[in-house]
Design a protein around this ligand. Sequence first.
Ligand code: GAR
Length: 201
Amino acid sequence: MAKNAQKKTLKAQNMTQLAIFASGAGSNADKIMDYFKDSDRIKVALIVCNKPGAGVLEIAKKWGIEAILIEKQGFFSEKSCILALKQHKIDFIVLAGFLWKVPEVLVAAYPQRIINIHPALLPKYGGKGMYGDKVHAAVIAAGEAESGITIHYVNEHYDEGNIIFQAKCPIEVGDTPADLATKIHALEHAHFAKVVEGLLV
Ligand code: GAR
């Protein structure tokens, strides 16, 4: 084996391999892949997506990272997702705009090794159906003066696992859900990859 290839293989053996589950535009996935692109400790090895045509699939292509599309039946009833994760030697799972509830079988297969980002200050404004602009609209309608992001471990209940990290931003009078989404994305992009790194290195 050529020296460089050998070096690469050795490097890969010591790496923590991440899978990012995402089904939206994928801006968080993009930031995470950028952050770890030269890392010799953490590698984004797989994108798991449940939405054909989602922006994150193009982003995976841009970074040359394999993406798999899953469908609900297989994800819930069989262990096909777990098999795929094991095949790709995935150690840790990051949910970045993934809206399905993670099935118990997957939580059990990756105990304390699945984290999610939520675009509000949990425990408020979480749960089934609370995602993206719906969250921001609810926060603004409630007259909150601030919102933020929560990164938390995933358990079998929506948005209820132990909180790892939160960061806040102010809400100004007249802010729309789109304005708040911009502030929240900025917080996510600034913190998410660093929090992942802090958990793994
Ligand atoms: C992010 O704001 C994330 O917090 C949110 O979806 C967005 C995905 O953006 N997740 C949820 O609402 C989960 N309940 P992205 O596709 O640009 O990374």
